[in-house]
Design a protein around this ligand. Structure first.
Ligand SMILES: Cc1cc2nc3c(=O)[nH]c(=O)nc-3n(C[C@H](O)[C@H](O)[C@H](O)COP(=O)(O)OP(=O)(O)OC[C@H]3O[C@@H](n4cnc5c(N)ncnc54)[C@H](O)[C@@H]3O)c2cc1C
Length: 322
């Protein structure tokens, strides 16, 4: 099985859509499924808008080898799905800028969006900046990041062909990415802090029964060890005491942190830094809507992200019409 990951070069932002005034009816912050869906609807509604997406076109979904639960496709490479969404948005007339939103404020009844290279004013804002991987905060994790420690098996699996790897986590992402790794590695360890996986039972069973997989239940990774070349092993805290396991790679799927820092002064966030929503895409600020993994809506999937993105643009259209 072979996977291709990445943005279609034909879909790279031209950056020509910026209006002279940088003043819009709607700014959509983000570039994943939620933002792409919001962009399709905003363009079709004729809303004067710009989508500001940063370094990760297609978002987390584009870094996923295989998506098997998005209606209409029994299996699709994540980046193929997000590239198709972006193509559809561009065809509908959506305007994209490759910039990072750094901060947002409200001034004179408008929202001011500052990016790493420009300023925008807008009547309405959709926050669709998704989430970034959480870390364990253990010794060696940061030191060996990119030299054996990874958050993306889909991206890095080829470096571990016929080598040993460890996956930490028990949710859908951990299990899916672990299954992807079984295609290339010689041995795979699965470390989970509970005695049962949270992932979809069908995928969990497939992984646990895989001949290459050894499970470490009720266990915590407490240190990543290595040398000049990179990772050489991990130390686990298991019910039988500390264990040193030899490995070449460590893949971490221990949750995500919503990318909400630039919006902290504009909307209410919960204790996990997710945007608190009401009525699915509304926020504590009537000029701001939120969609996808950045919200506290809970079910973090492509299908929910695109649905919320669409609802957010529809809500803005209704307000502009009134
Ligand atoms: C390994 C893995 C496997 C998965 N498998 C599946 C699956 O099989 N099926 C499924 O339905 N879901 C799956 N998911 C979940 C799915 O990918 C997410 O739910 C979905 O991508 C969320 O979309 P989003 O648009 O809300 O956020 P994201 O996909 O996180 O996109 C956020 C975007 O915002 C951009 N951004 C962030 N900060 C800024 C900023 N300050 N300024 C501008 N842009 C910014 C990022 O660059 C990114 O492009 C998986 C996730 C992972 C990690």
């Amino acid at each position: 099985m072979s996977f291709k990951v990445g943005i279609d070069p034909g879909l790279v932002n031209s950056g020509t859509g910026k209006s002279d005034t940088n003043s819009y009816e709607l700014v959509i912050a983000g570039g994943g499924p939620a933002a792409l869906s919001a962009a399709i609807y905003a363009a079709r509604y004729g809303i004067r808008h710009v989508v500001i997406e940063s370094w990760k076109p297609g978002g987390q979904a584009a870094l996923t080898a295989e998506i098997e639960n998005y209606p209409g496709f029994s299996s699709i490479v994540g980046s193929d799905l997000t590239n198709a969404m972006k193509k559809q948005a561009l065809e509908a007339g959506a305007v994209f800028q490759t910039e990072t939103v750094e901060n947002t404020t409200e001034e004179n009844g408008k929202i001011l969006v500052r990016t790493d290279s420009a300023k925008y004013t807008t009547d309405y804002l959709i926050i669709a900046t998704g989430a970034a991987p959480a870390t364990l905060g253990v010794s060696g994790e940061e030191k060996y990041y990119g030299r054996g420690v990874s958050f993306c098996a889909t991206c890095d699996a080829p470096f571990f062909r016929d080598k040993k790897a460890i996956v930490v986590g028990g949710g859908d992402s951990a299990v899916k990415e672990a299954l992807h790794l079984t295609h290339v590695v010689s041995e795979l360890g699965l470390v989970h802090r509970r005695d049962k996986l949270r992932a979809e039972p069908y995928l969990a069973k497939k992984l646990v029964e895989h001949e290459k997989v050894t499970t470490y239940w009720n266990s915590h990774l407490i240190e990543v060890t290595g040398d000049d070349q990179g990772v050489t092993g991990v130390i686990l805290d298991t019910p039988d005491g500390k264990k040193q396991i030899d490995t070449d790679g460590v893949f971490l799927y221990v949750g995500t942190i919503p990318a909400t820092e630039p919006f902290a002064s504009l909307v209410e966030l919960d204790k996990n830094k997710a945007v608190v929503t009401s009525g699915i895409v509304g926020t504590s600020n009537p000029r701001v809507f939120a969609a996808g993994d950045v919200t506290n809506n809970g079910f973090r999937q492509v299908v929910t992200a695109v649905s919320e993105g669409a609802r957010a643009s529809a809500a803005v259209f209704e307000l502009l019409e009134n």
